[in-house]
Design a protein around this ligand. Structure first.
Ligand SMILES: NC(=O)c1ccc[n+]([C@@H]2O[C@H](COP(=O)([O-])OP(=O)(O)OC[C@H]3O[C@@H](n4cnc5c(N)ncnc54)[C@H](O)[C@@H]3O)[C@@H](O)[C@H]2O)c1
Length: 286
């Protein structure tokens, strides 16, 4: 995509917070580095205040934005928003399907409504967005990047259907890669590990809350890189996969987790000489 001197046209969902916001903020710099210099961003979110504020900040730095307030759990709304963006920009180069939700629900208590809503937002919306984007992406030989999660391969208790919805998303993206590659469309996922955003504030982001602080310390201590991810870390990977530097990459799921998804063997003790007790001590003494 984009060896042309025209703006790179993006649709970014969940752009009102966290990872989606970071993608929107970083996209102009990446376009400049990759030699196209300009972007047009359709910013989709259900949170009207955030999306209007972010769009106006970006406009202030000379970035052309189209804020669209849309609830992606509404099946009619997703396709309509993509069509509006395509019509405003005269086409589309990249769909970043990033909006997602999680809930804390033990399986035995999970309601049908929570089950449905998780799949509606985390899985179905990407299908509806991608289906609406298909003709424009075929024309531009563009790409799709979806935000999955390391929970897709490492089910996380007690997050209800979150892990299952992300696993389905991953395979759906691979299905698109297989079916749409012949049209020049690439489709990939990034899978973040724990990352500081609005979604995780209560769990480990709130420095005022003792339980969140303890949770954060533990997660940092058991992670090979001893840290939580930043939204910008994930955005860099999203924009790499979306852009021309990934021209021959399709159907992959790129973990961006500081190595956390590799910790099964270290946390079960490793080989003789590996000091699991030191890691446990580090986790509790931070
Ligand atoms: N933060 C993490 O640790 C983490 C880890 C793995 C995966 N993820 C995934 O990253 C993606 C981005 O999450 P984040 O961490 O930036 O969270 P966030 O809550 O900060 O941002 C998500 C954004 O999506 C929007 N959104 C949610 N439901 C929507 C809907 N129905 N319609 C339109 N917009 C909606 C929210 O308003 C919000 O602005 C999600 O898919 C999430 O599952 C996050």
């Amino acid at each position: 995509m984009n060896d042309r001197e025209v703006p790179v046209r993006y649709v970014i969902t969940g752009a009102g917070s966290g990872i989606g916001h970071a993608v929107a903020t970083l996209a102009p710099r990446v376009a400049e580095r990759d030699g196209t210099g300009r972007v047009q961003l359709a910013l989709l979110d259900r949170d009207a205040d955030s999306i209007e504020r972010i769009a106006s900040e970006l406009w202030g730095t000379g970035v052309e934005c189209l804020p669209l307030v849309v609830d992606l759990s509404d099946p009619a709304a997703a396709g309509k928003a993509v069509e509006e963006a395509i019509s405003a920009f005269g086409g589309l180069d990249a769909l970043v399907s990033n909006a997602g939700i999680s809930s804390v629900d033990a399986m035995e208590d999970l309601s049908l409504e929570a089950y449905q809503r998780t799949f509606d937002v985390n899985t179905r919306a990407t299908f509806l967005l991608a289906r609406a984007a298909f003709p424009a992406l075929r024309d531009s030989r563009g790409s799709i990047v979806a935000t999955a999660s390391i929970s897709a391969s490492h089910p996380t208790p007690p997050l209800g259907m979150y892990s299952a919805s992300k696993a389905a998303l991953k395979v759906m993206i691979q299905q698109m890669a297989v079916e749409w590659g012949c049209h020049g469309i690439r489709a990939n996922c990034v899978s973040p590990g724990p990352t500081d955003t609005g979604l995780t504030r209560r769990s480990f982001g709130d420095a005022e809350d003792a339980a969140a602080r303890a949770n954060r310390s533990y997660r940092e201590a058991v992670s090979p890189m001893r840290k939580i991810g930043r939204a910008e870390d994930i955005a860099q990977a999203v924009l790499f996969l979306a852009g021309p530097r990934a021209a021959h990459i399709t159907g992959v799921d790129l973990p961006v987790d500081g190595g956390l998804s590799l910790t099964v063997m270290p946390l079960t003790g490793g080989a003789p000489g590996y000091r699991l007790d030191e890691i446990a001590q580090e986790a509790t003494s931070r």
